[in-house]
Design a protein around this ligand. Structure first.
Ligand code: NAD
Length: 356
């Protein structure tokens, strides 16, 4: 398929290829939709095997951001960027500045943020050449690392699932398995333990496990055993693709809700989970806390953490709405969430939007 056919297939508005010889920058910015507002999404810095893989990733991720924002009720569109390279080897200040200038040239149609391979420090560098960047340090007026907000939203979604299951939305006495205790997973463990939940953790990094185990009373299992542990909620907080034809039959939970993006290995896995009697809370619904938090950086009067977290807590209501819609319409929660997102997008004004 040629490039325009691929762009048309995903209905993307604009795809920008960025090159800077001096710094060696090669990046792609994909603006999927500005129907609801300026597009927002992180910058992934990754050693893609080919330019084709990089393009496929940025097209897929930017479309996902459109639905994440639409379902969360934000007046924001979906975008994403990829920088092609190994952040450990290729990250330089000049490269980040060159990238930031490309973001600036989009005049607010795309607003960037941290993602896999980029850090808050990178966002601070980018802030030197453009205001269209979020997640900078608080000293620069940003909201910092979004992981705490993502974890808080995820814990709110879990309370909604417990309400649906037991009629009580208390996490106390529930058993949650958190697979991946990095930035989001470790904050999630803190939320869960504080609320009185029983928590089991797993991570491929012994160091990450130890950090959590030394601070909280948690059980530990091997990373490849986590999904088999009998529990209430299994929470994938590491990589995508963890819910597949091999792992789904092994699940011993009644619900799955995690931070990892793209947890379903294929769209058909949503039906497979439903048939297995597992309630799957869509990743792009329950992990929206970070993007909701970031959206408050443009509130009148500047970022207010309390106001932002109060809005993040509404992931609870969104989760209830989606599970109810799925039951009502006889579809999976993913299908219900996509339909809700599409309805908002169709009602949105389809025009080129920029940040004011
Ligand atoms: P992170 O890199 O800080 O943490 C990921 C953890 O998963 C690491 O500790 C890593 O060792 C572990 N891990 C890797 N492979 C594993 C495996 N096979 N089994 C168990 N553990 C494994 O990343 P993060 O910021 O915490 O994000 C976690 C996931 O949530 C990612 O998929 C990310 O895209 C998604 N997400 C994050 C945010 C955010 O605010 N940070 C927001 C939305 C979605």
């Amino acid at each position: 398929m040629n490039i325009f056919d691929r762009i048309e297939a995903g209905d993307h508005e604009q795809v920008v290829f960025c090159h800077d010889r001096a710094s060696g920058l090669r990046a792609i910015v994909a603006i999927h939709s500005t129907a609801l507002g300026p597009s927002l999404g992180g910058t992934r810095f990754f050693p893609y095997a080919s330019d084709d893989d990089a393009l496929a990733d940025v097209l897929r991720l930017s479309e996902g951001m459109t639905y994440k924002a639409a379902v969360a009720g934000l007046d924001q569109g979906g975008g994403k960027a990829v920088v092609i390279g190994d952040p450990a080897r290729d990250r330089t200040e000049d490269l980040m500045l060159a990238y930031g200038r490309f973001v600036d040239a989009l005049a607010g149609r795309y607003i960037t943020a941290e993602d896999v391979g980029t850090t808050q420090a990178d966002m601070d560098v980018i802030r030197g050449v453009t205001r269209y960047v979020t997640g900078t340090s608080e000293a620069l007026g940003g909201s910092g690392d979004p992981s705490a907000a993502t974890a808080f939203g995820l814990a709110s979604a879990m309370r909604a699932l417990l309400f649906l299951s037991t009629g009580r939305d208390a996490l106390a006495d529930s058993h949650v398995v958190v697979s991946g205790v990095g930035k989001v997973g470790s904050h999630l463990v803190a939320n869960l333990v504080q609320a009185g939940a029983r928590v089991t953790v797993a991570d491929v990094s012994a160091e990450a496990v130890e950090r959590v185990r030394s601070s909280y009373d948690v059980a530990v299992v091997a990373a490849d055993e986590a999904h088999r542990v009998p529990c209430d909620i299994f929470s994938p907080c590491a990589l995508g693709g963890v819910l597949n034809a091999t792992t789904i039959p092994d699940l011993r939970c009644w619900a799955v809700a995690g931070a990892a993006n793209n947890q379903l290995a294929s769209p058909g896995c949503g039906r497979m989970l439903a048939d297995a009697g597992v309630l799957y809370a869509p990743d792009f619904v329950v992990n929206a806390g970070g993007i909701i938090n970031i959206s408050f950086e443009w509130s009148a009067g500047g970022y207010d953490r309390d106001a932002a977290f109060a809005r993040v807590a509404r992931v609870y209501d969104t989760t209830l709405t989606i599970v109810d819609a799925a039951k009502r319409d006889g579809v999976t929660p993913v299908e219900a969430a996509l339909a809700i997102g599409r309805a908002r997008l169709d009602a949105g004004v389809h025009q080129i939007r920029t940040f004011p």
